[in-house]
Ligand binder design. Structure first.
Ligand SMILES: [Zn+2]
Length: 75
């Protein structure tokens, strides 16, 4: 009897994993990839979503570190 319960739990876990795997992956690409504006870090040139960027002096940066380096040593 306990073995049957064990199998039921395994089946539920596998089902849950497949379900979360399926719904998660395509969703992330579709929504965040297209709906959001991409900006370019003026220091290293990497593209990143605007909400992850740091805006300073009209320029976008990928990180606080790059903002600091770029402002310290302008091109
Ligand atoms: Zn950068």
């Amino acid at each position: 009897m306990s073995r049957l319960l064990f199998l039921a739990v395994i089946a539920a876990v596998v089902y849950w994993l497949l379900k979360s795997y399926r719904t998660k992956l395509p969703k992330d690409e579709d929504t965040s990839g297209q709906a959001e504006d991409m900006v370019r870090c003026v220091h290293c040139g990497v593209h990143l979503p605007i909400h992850e960027s740091i805006l300073a002096g009209g320029n976008y940066y990928c990180s606080v570190e790059h903002r600091r380096v770029h402002i310290d040593k302008p091109e």
